[in-house]
Design a protein around this ligand. Sequence first.
Ligand SMILES: [Zn+2]
Length: 188
Amino acid sequence: MRIEAKAINVSYIRNWIEKIMRENWKHSIEVGLSFGLTSGVITTLGLMVGVYSGTHSTLAVIASVLTIAIADAMSDALGIHIAEESENVHTTQEVWVATLTTFFAKFFVSASFLIALFSLELQLAVLVNIVWGTVLMIVHNYFVGKKQKTSTWGVIAEHLFIAFLVVVITYYLGDWVNDLLAGVDDKI
Ligand SMILES: [Zn+2]
């Protein structure tokens, strides 16, 4: 009896997975995961580094990462929703699967940067998170590159370079804002 129940369970799961693939949810899930992960890493790293160099405040950095995890995840999900709709090839269900996958991928990826921020000293947490973001990008891009059947390392290098640019630009931007507005609080 127990073996029978297990067999039914496995075939139920297999049917369910086959149903998902047949209905083209695979594309929707890939779109959501890919977009949510990349945007989660780049936006969170950029904002975290910019706010860090601009304020050197743990509270401000944590507040901005939290804002991204919620507000930017919603904004990205809506963006993907509209983009997938305008492709004009997807069913309503496929569009919604992409929308929700984008939201949750972005939410969890962005929120993962909070772990270091809550548990380490700010400067160390920022460095740890830059490494964490880089690892996420490499792993994700490795699979993207493999699927494209082009040079995997070419794809990884290209996307890491963009992430590197974001971090450097936001760092100096934050630093510049800090210099520009230094003492502003005292004047108010
Ligand atoms: Zn599509």
